[in-house]
Design a protein around this ligand. Structure first.
Ligand SMILES: Cc1cc2nc3c(=O)[nH]c(=O)nc-3n(C[C@H](O)[C@H](O)[C@H](O)COP(=O)(O)OP(=O)(O)OC[C@H]3O[C@@H](n4cnc5c(N)ncnc54)[C@H](O)[C@@H]3O)c2cc1C
Length: 421
C-alpha cells in the first residue's frame, strides 16, 4: 500500500515505523526543516507495549532510563504518595522509559529506513478522498496520490478540519517549562512535587542527566526576559532536587510552552484519510499520556491494516477501538490539570492533599488501567476479536515484560506478515 503521513512528530513517525514494518511504501511530509527540537519524554508501559507491537520497543527501552512511577510529594517535602516500587512494577507491568525526544525520533526514523521517504520543509494543506484514492495537497500546489493518508499534524492540525469542522484549541490558563539538567538525581526522588497552583516533576535520563518540568498559571503569551531566572525563582524553597536541577540546566536548553486543550475529534477518519495523535485528541500533559496515546493509536491503526484488510473496515475498527479509551484519558488529564491549577490556589492544594486518602492499591489499579502494559494489551485483544477468523498467532513482548501473550491478527502469510517469535 502507498501511504502518505502528514507530520513527523511522535504519532507520524510511529505510524510510519509500523507501516514500514509491514512492507508498505511510506512518504512522510514534515513542514519543519529541523525536527530535532524538544526536551525529553516519559513513556509509560502502555506505550512500550504498543511499541512492541511494531517491533521498536527493544530499541526505545535501550535508549531510555527506566524509572518507577506514581511518587508524589508536597512542596514542603512531605510525601503525598510513595508507593512500594515492587507494587508499582507489578501493577504497571514494567518500569517507565524516560528518553530525550531526539533519541526517540532517531529510533523511530531508523525503524522506517528503507521503506520511507521523508520530505522535510513540505507542508500538507489538504487531504481528501477522490474516486477511491487518497489525495494530499501540498503547499506548492502539487497533489500526491496514495492508498491512505495519515493526518498526524498535531494540536494545530489544519487537516483534521476537513472532516471535523469547528474544532478550536483553548488556552488552559497554565504554561509549562521543560528542561534537561546536566546532573543526575537520586532515583528515589523521581516523581512529582506539587504545591498550590504549581507542579514540578523530575526524572532521571541516561548519561547522568535529568528531565524536569514545571507548570503554573500564567496569562497566555507571557514572555519573560529571563525564563531561567523566572523558573529558578518559582523553584526557590522547594525540596531537593528541584532547585538543583534548575540550576544545572543550561538556559539555552530550557523551553516553555503555553498549554492548550481542545475537544477530541468526533470523526477519526473519512474515506481514505485517517488521523491520530494530538491532531485528533490533544490532552493536557499532567498524566504524561499525550505521546503514549499517539503511540497506541499508531500501533492499533497499523495492526488493523495488516493482512490486506479493506481500508474502510480497518479504519472503522481503529476508530471503534481507540475512541472510548482515548476519551477517558483526555477527560482524566483535564480533571488533573484543573485540580493542579484550580483557583483560588488553596483549593488546588486541598484537592491534591485530599488524594492522600486513596489507598495505594486502589490508586495503582487505577493508574494501571490508564498506563499499564495490560491497558494496551486489552486494546490489542479487542483488535484481534474484531478480526476473528483470521489466523491468530502469538505476539510476545520482546523485553521481559510480564505482558500476557497477546494474540495478533494476521490472516495472510506473505513474508512481511509472518508471525514473529
Ligand atoms: C509540557 C508537556 C509535557 C509533555 N510530556 C509528555 C510525556 O512525558 N509523555 C507523553 O506521552 N506525552 C507528553 N506530552 C504530550 C506529547 O508531547 C504530545 O502528545 C505528542 O508530542 C503529540 O505528538 P503528535 O505527533 O501527535 O503531534 P506533534 O508532536 O505536534 O507533531 C506534529 C508534527 O506535524 C508537523 N506538521 C504540522 N502541520 C503540518 C503540515 N500541515 N504538514 C506537514 N507537517 C506538519 C509539525 O511540524 C510536527 O512535527 C507533553 C506535552 C507537553 C506540552
Amino acid at each position: 500500500m502507498r501511504v502518505v503521513v502528514a507530520g513527523a512528530g511522535i504519532a507520524g513517525l510511529t505510524a510510519a515505523a509500523g507501516f514500514a514494518r509491514d512492507g508498505h511504501d511510506v512518504t512522510i511530509l514534515e513542514r519543519r526543516l529541523d525536527t530535532t527540537s524538544g526536551t525529553a519524554i516519559t513513556l509509560w508501559p502502555n506505550a512500550l507495549a504498543a511499541l512492541d507491537a511494531i517491533d521498536v520497543g527493544v530499541d526505545v527501552r535501550a535508549a531510555s532510563e527506566r524509572v518507577s512511577g506514581g511518587a508524589m510529594r508536597w512542596c514542603d517535602g512531605s510525601w503525598i504518595r510513595r508507593p512500594d516500587r515492587d507494587a508499582v512494577l507489578q501493577a504497571l507491568g514494567e518500569p517507565l522509559s524516560v528518553l530525550r525526544r531526539v533519541d526517540l525520533t532517531e529510533v523511530l526514523t531508523r525503524a522506517t529506513a528503507g521503506a520511507t521517504r521523508l520530505r522535510s520543509g513540505v507542508a500538507a494543506v489538504s487531504a481528501r478522498t477522490e474516486r477511491g484514492r487518497a489525495i494530499v495537497g501540498i503547499a506548492d500546489g502539487e497533489d500526491l496520490d496514495a492508498d491512505l493518508v495519515v493526518v498526524a499534524d498535531g494540536i494545530g492540525s489544519r487537516l483534521i478540519h476537513g472532516f471535523n469542522p469547528g474544532l478550536a484549541a483553548r488556552y488552559t490558563g497554565a504554561s509549562a517549562w521543560r528542561g534537561i539538567a546536566e546532573t543526575r538525581i537520586d532515583p528515589e526522588l523521581a516523581g512529582q512535587v506539587l504545591g498550590p497552583g504549581v507542579e514540578f516533576g523530575a526524572v532521571p535520563l541516561p548519561n547522568g542527566r535529568t528531565y524536569w518540568f514545571a507548570s503554573r498559571r500564567l496569562p497566555e503569551g507571557t514572555i519573560f526576559d529571563n525564563e531561567h531566572a523566572e523558573v529558578s525563582r518559582l523553584g526557590e524553597g522547594w525540596p531537593t532536587p528541584i532547585g538543583e536541577v534548575i540550576a544545572a540546566t543550561p538556559p539555552e536548553s530550557l523551553m516553555r510552552t503555553d498549554l492548550y486543550d481542545r475537544s477530541t475529534a468526533r470523526r477519526w477518519y473519512d474515506g481514505r484519510v485517517v488521523a491520530l495523535g494530538d491532531a485528533v485528541h490533544p490532552m493536557r500533559p499532567h498524566l504524561g499520556q499525550g505521546g503514549c496515546q499517539a503511540i497506541e493509536d499508531a500501533a492499533v491503526l497499523t495492526g488493523a491494516l495488516r493482512g490486506g484488510v479493506p481500508v474502510g473496515s480497518a479504519l472503522a475498527v481503529y476508530q471503534r477501538i481507540r475512541r472510548p479509551r482515548v476519551r477517558r484519558v483526555v477527560m482524566e488529564s483535564r480533571a488533573v490539570g484543573r485540580a493542579v491549577s484550580a483557583r483560588p490556589v488553596r483549593l488546588s492544594g486541598a484537592a491534591i492533599r485530599a488524594s492522600r486518602a486513596l489507598p495505594d492499591a486502589l490508586m495503582l489499579r487505577h493508574l494501571a488501567s490508564i498506563a499499564g502494559s495490560e491497558a494496551f494489551a486489552r486494546q490489542w485483544r479487542l483488535l484481534v476479536r474484531q478480526h476473528r477468523g483470521g489466523m491468530a498467532h502469538q505476539m510476545h513482548g520482546p523485553a521481559a515484560v510480564p505482558l500476557r501473550p497477546v494474540q495478533t491478527w494476521c490472516p495472510r502469510q506473505d513474508s512481511n506478515l509472518r508471525p514473529r517469535d
